[in-house]
Design a protein around this ligand. Structure first.
Ligand code: ADP
Ligand code: MG
Length: 256
C-alpha cells in the first residue's frame, strides 16, 4: 500500500512544486512506483512533469467532483517515468462546486483508495493556501513534508500550518503527521540562511531533514522543458540533493 504524502506550505513560491516533481522523479530512480497528484489549479506540477495541462480530457477536478475515477484521469510523465493525476484551471472552481457535497474534505481520500495498491508513494502537490483543496490533501495523507526557505519570514505562518495539521489529525485523519521540514533554495553564502537553518534545527530537531536543497539554476530551468530537474541534469547540485532527499525519506519512512 502506498504511503501518501502532502507537500504543503500555504506560502507561494517556497518550492513545493519543485520538491513534489523532483521527489517523484528521485523516488522513481530508486525503483519506487510513484503517483504525483497535482492539487493546484496552476498546474505547475503537471507541466513540470511534462504533461500538457491544456490538453487534458479529465483531471483531478473531475475526480474530486465524482465525474470520473482516478484511473481514467491518469497521465504518464514520459520524462520522469511516474504517473500523474494532473490539474489545470478547472480545479479553481472545485472549492465552490464541492460546497454541497457530503464529506467534501474526504473526496480525494476516497478517490485515492482505489489506486493505493498500485504505488509505493503518492505525492500530493498542494496549492498555496489552507483551503478546501489543501484540506482534501491533508485528509488523504499519512504525512506532510513542509518545504521551507531559510529566510527571515520563513517561520511566520509555519504555526498556522502546524495548527491546521494538528486539527486535521485530531478530528479527521488520525494517521496524519509531520514527516519533516525540508530546507530548500538554500544559499550557503548568506549568513541569514545559515542562521535560520540553525534556528530550525534547534526548534524542530529531528523533524528537520538532514538533506538541504541548494538554490540551483538547473532546478529552475528544468520545468520549461517539462523534465524534472533530477532527470534534466542529474549531475547538478540541485538534482543530487533531491536524489539524496529521496533516499533520506525512504530511510525515515522505514524507521517510522
Ligand atoms: P511553490 O510550488 O511553493 O509555489 P515552486 O516550486 O514553484 O514553489 O518554486 C518557486 C520558484 O522557485 C520556481 O520558479 C522554481 O523554479 C524556483 N525554485 C524552486 N526551488 C529552487 C531551487 N532549489 N533553486 C532554484 N530555484 C528554485
Ligand atoms: Mg506550486
Amino acid at each position: 500500500m502506498a504511503k501518501i504524502f502532502c507537500i504543503a506550505n500555504q506560502k507561494g513560491g517556497v518550492g513545493k512544486t519543485t520538491t513534489a516533481v523532483n521527489l517523484a522523479a528521485g523516488l522513481t530512480v530508486l525503483k519506487k512506483r510513484v503517483l504525483l497528484v497535482d492539487l493546484d489549479p496552476q498546474g505547475n506540477a503537471t507541466m513540470g512533469a511534462g504533461v500538457d495541462k491544456a490538453k487534458l480530457e479529465s483531471s483531478v477536478y473531475q475526480v474530486l467532483l465524482g465525474m470520473t475515477d482516478v484511473k481514467s484521469a491518469l497521465q504518464t510523465s514520459e520524462s520522469g517515468n511516474f504517473e500523474v493525476l494532473p490539474a489545470n484551471r478547472d480545479l479553481a472552481g472545485a472549492e465552490v462546486e464541492m460546497i454541497d457535497l457530503e464529506q467534501r474534505e474526504l473526496r480525494l481520500r476516497h478517490a485515492l483508495a482505489e489506486v493505493q495498491g498500485d504505488y509505493d508513494f503518492v505525492l500530493i502537490d498542494c496549492p498555496p493556501a489552507l483551503s478546501m483543496l489543501t484540506l482534501n490533501g491533508l485528509c488523504a495523507a499519512h504525512g506532510v513534508i513542509i518545504p521551507m526557505q531559510c529566510e527571515y519570514y520563513a517561520l511566520e505562518g509555519l504555526s498556522d500550518l502546524v495548527n491546521t495539521i494538528k486539527i486535521v489529525h485530531a478530528k479527521m485523519n488520525p494517521d496524519l503527521k509531520v514527516i519533516g521540514l525540508l530546507r530548500v533554495m538554500f544559499d550557503p553564502r548568506m549568513m541569514l540562511s545559515q542562521q535560520v537553518s540553525i534556528q530550525l534545527e534547534k526548534h524542530f530537531g529531528e523533524k528537520v531533514f538532514k538533506t538541504i536543497i541548494p538554490r540551483n539554476v538547473r532546478l529552475a530551468e528544468a520545468p520549461s522543458y517539462g523534465i524534472p530537474g533530477v532527470i534534466f541534469d542529474p549531475a547538478s547540485k540541485g538534482a543530487q540533493a533531491y536524489t539524496s532527499f529521496g533516499e533520506e525519506l525512504v530511510d525515515r519512512i522505514a524507521a517510522l
